[in-house]
Design a binder for this molecule. Structure first.
Ligand SMILES: [Zn+2]
Ligand SMILES: [Zn+2]
Length: 230
């Protein structure tokens, strides 16, 4: 078969049942020398911090659900996945999405009057309200135990962490994402500050299922948010 006929045979293959015809899909393979020179890559440093790997910063290969095989230092990768980045659930290099994003609350300039119960301020379910107060109280005590000095930005982190807890539950139960007004964030920052100053042992508690709810803090938070609970 001459060259022209051969090309014709290749091009027409999808329309024939002639399985012996050569295929077009085989990629051109490099020679061994070319492969060794251009297709092997020693991974010496982490692409996130550019530092070499070591016993703590362990070279870790992602095995993404699709193609990603990128390698990063374990500590850097962990930090990335725990970060607030909207891409924290994807590979830092190729952005392949690796796992479901954790629902986070969305902060809005203010509460829309008459909006549906999407805002933290408009929560009506007691269990959602209790979950939030409990998370806020628990996270506040955790920070109080570990940080020697607390800055306003720490207080914002505390409130955001507590809001993530309730945003997850809220989405699960109602299918809605949780919105939080910026004013509310500032108000809750002050509540978190007060919580931090108050003794960790609570005097008044209400039993609720297998949990104990702090009555004082519950009514304090419910009051500042204006919750109208059912
Ligand atoms: Zn690194
Ligand atoms: Zn990747």
């Amino acid at each position: 078969m001459g060259l022209v006929q051969s090309i014709y045979a290749r091009c027409s293959r999808p329309h024939t049942n002639d399985m012996s015809a050569p295929t077009l899909s085989t990629p051109t393979l490099p020679t061994k020398d070319n492969f060794v020179a251009n297709h092997l890559e020693a991974i010496e440093h982490c692409d996130i911090c550019r530092e070499p790997f070591d016993q703590e910063h362990i070279a870790t290969r992602i095995r993404g659900p699709n193609q990603c095989q990128h390698i990063f230092g374990s500590t850097c990768l962990q930090q990335w996945m725990d970060s607030d980045s909207p891409h924290a659930n994807s590979c830092p290099k190729c952005r392949e999405v690796l796992f479901k994003a954790v629902p986070r609350p969305t902060f809005m300039p203010g509460v829309r009057p008459g909006a549906e119960a999407l805002y933290l301020e408009h929560i009506t379910r007691l269990d959602h309200a209790w979950l939030f107060v409990n998370s806020l109280r628990e996270i506040t005590s955790r920070y109080a135990r570990t940080l020697p000095v607390i800055y306003d930005s720490d207080l914002e982190d505390i409130v955001s962490d507590a809001l993530v807890e309730i945003a997850k539950k809220y989405l699960e139960d109602t299918g809605h994402s949780l919105l939080v007004g910026m004013d509310t964030l500032l108000t809750l920052r002050e509540v978190a500050r007060e919580m931090m100053m108050s003794p960790l042992e609570d005097r008044y508690t209400i039993p609720s299922g297998d949990r104990v709810i702090n009555a004082e803090w519950f009514s304090r938070v419910a009051g500042v948010l204006g919750w109208n609970l059912q």
